[in-house]
Write a protein that binds this ligand. Structure first.
Ligand code: NAP
Length: 499
């Protein structure tokens, strides 16, 4: 596929990283193995990336452990740590355009999203946790005059971070930034489909002056790299964003190894509920469409179940469909594109399989449903809407992680809550209503870690992010994420009278 004129020169000049970072130096897999890194934009090989193995994980973990034990990072003053992380954020900002281009090539997401959303939010995480790191205080316990007790936060040690491909750098920095800010060492394994920006940012961390061994990136596949990290006896915690299936494996690996902590941000089947008294039906329709089709539907909080009060269903579905029709599938590298390629042929086929399944279950296809732009070699699926979905429909139960919206109806608040909670997941939920009492009571009854009223995806880094039920546990974002990467130590002095 021809590269759009205004981007062609940037692509030609872009140097793609092809090394891991271990112990403060660029590194390749010990056995020299590599794998083909494919761009979903056109299905072509972008570059070759190290296919690391167990020996490489051992090396990275040893470097991280050495850095942690001698305190070259954790013992630095908060002021100095902050300076280094701010420097890293500045370097990411300097290279924002290159990072965005890599992210778009690697994932198929629109270059406009990579430039305006993914990379700025990754930079924001680094800055936010740098700013926060000297605002974490311990506590002094109540005691009599013969005792003095206090509790302090101490870093956990070596953190293994395993991250997904949908927002590669953004998700990685939700974990790496607070873990580093707390004084830990990190070994990051980015998803094999989209490793480039993590590899580059690890290089920038060296340039920023982060001591050797504190931030390592090991590329390769879930098995063996992710598994070796999660089974490693010298890793203190695994922090993960990805599928429930892998999340379950990680808990087993932790149990079978050193009982390391596990924090899991998993999938969702998030409901967006629209009542007839919705204060702004056009805004709700916009949110219903973009809530599921943003990032080609590859969003863990995708509003993939639309619950509409039966009295307004036809009108509201018409509005949502009108918005969705304006979402044109396009070349991710065209700056005007707002909807690009899916991450891989496999993920595209998962979406298409669910579409076929929904048709065979007799659901009413309202929009889309096809692979498009196949001649490019890329993996593109149209925004797709099914009406007549019910709680037993496969697309109401299984996470697709693709651009497929299922529309359901309800008669009153009680039924809306019942349908919304009728899922093994509990990540996000939203409701649109002008009735304050109803909104307040529903926010309490919805079993989800995120609830948005009269908006979708409307909070930011200041608020915790994570799920209930099988959407996982542990929180990214906010000060809670800093605490996740720390242990609490209680210290008590027994005091004698001053002589
Ligand atoms: P995935 O298959 O679970 O992969 C996530 C990461 O785990 C990748 O780096 C993967 O490596 C690695 N991995 C795979 N098998 C492993 C194993 N046995 N041991 C250790 N690591 C292993 O998920 P995905 O396909 O990348 O992402 C999609 C899923 O993530 C969806 O279910 C989505 O809902 C969820 N997600 C959740 C959130 C959230 O915040 N809650 C955000 C984004 C995505 P390789 O792929 O390189 O083999």
């Amino acid at each position: 596929m021809e590269i759009p004129g205004q981007i062609a020169r940037r692509v030609a000049n872009l140097v793609l990283p092809d090394t891991c970072v271990m112990d403060g130096a660029l590194a390749r897999a010990a056995d020299g193995a590599t794998f083909d890194n494919i761009s979903p934009r056109d299905g072509r090989v972008l570059n070759k990336v190290p296919a690391c193995g167990v020996a490489d994980v051992d090396r990275a973990v040893a470097a991280a452990r050495a850095a942690f034990e001698d305190g070259r990072w954790r013992r630095q003053s908060p002021k100095d740590k902050k300076k280094t992380l701010f420097r890293l954020a500045e370097l990411m900002e300097r290279d924002l355009d290159d990072l965005a281009l890599m992210e778009s090539l690697d994932t198929g997401k629109p270059i406009s999203d990579a430039t305006n959303v993914d990379i700025p939010l990754a930079i924001q995480s680094v800055r936010w946790y740098a700013e926060a790191l000297d605002k974490i205080y311990g506590e002094v316990g109540p005691s009599n005059d013969s005792k003095f007790s206090y509790a302090v936060h101490e870093p956990l040690g070596v953190i293994g971070a395993i991250t997904p491909w949908n927002f590669p750098l953004h998700m990685a920095m939700w974990k790496v930034a607070p873990a580093l800010a707390m004084g830990n060492s990190v070994v990051l394994k980015p998803a094999e489909q989209s490793p480039l920006t993590s590899m580059r940012v690890a290089q920038l961390a060296i340039e920023a002056g982060l001591p050797a061994g504190v931030f390592n990136v090991v590329t390769g596949f879930g098995r063996p790299v992710g598994e070796a990290l999660a089974r490693h006896m010298d890793v203190d915690m695994i922090t993960f964003t990805g599928s429930g299936a892998v999340g379950r494996q990680l808990m087993i690996y932790a149990g079978e190894s050193n009982l390391k902590r596990v924090s899991l941000e998993l999938g969702g089947k998030s409901p967006q509920i629209v009542f007839a008294d919705c204060p702004d039906l056009d805004a709700a329709a916009e949110a219903a469409a973009w809530g599921v089709f943003f990032n080609q539907g590859e969003v863990c909080t995708a509003a993939s179940r639309l619950l509409v009060q039966d009295s307004i269903k036809d009108d509201f579905l018409r509005r949502v469909t009108e918005v969705a029709r304006t979402i044109k599938v396009g070349d991710p590298l065209d700056p005007s594109t707002r909807y690009g390629a899916m991450i891989s042929e496999r993920q595209m086929n998962t979406a298409l399989r669910h579409i076929d399944q929904s048709k065979s279950e007799g659901l009413n296809l309202v929009l889309g449903g096809e692979r498009v732009m196949a001649e490019t070699g890329g993996f593109y699926v149209e925004p797709t809407i099914f009406d007549g979905v019910h709680s037993r429909s496969t697309i109401a139960r299984e996470e697709i992680f693709g651009p497929v919206l299922g529309v359901m109806t309800f008669k009153d608040a009680a039924e809306a809550v019942q349908i919304a909670n009728d899922t093994v997941y509990g990540l996000a939920s939203g409701l649109w209503t002008a009735d304050l009492d109803r909104a307040m009571s529903m926010t309490r009854r919805l079993r989800a870690g995120l609830v948005w009223v009269n908006g979708w995806d409307s909070c930011d880094i200041t608020m915790p992010f994570g799920g209930f039920k099988q959407s996982g546990f542990g929180r990214d974002r906010s000060l809670h994420a800093l605490h996740k990467y720390a242990d609490l130590k209680s210290v008590t002095f027994t005091l004698r009278e001053a002589r």
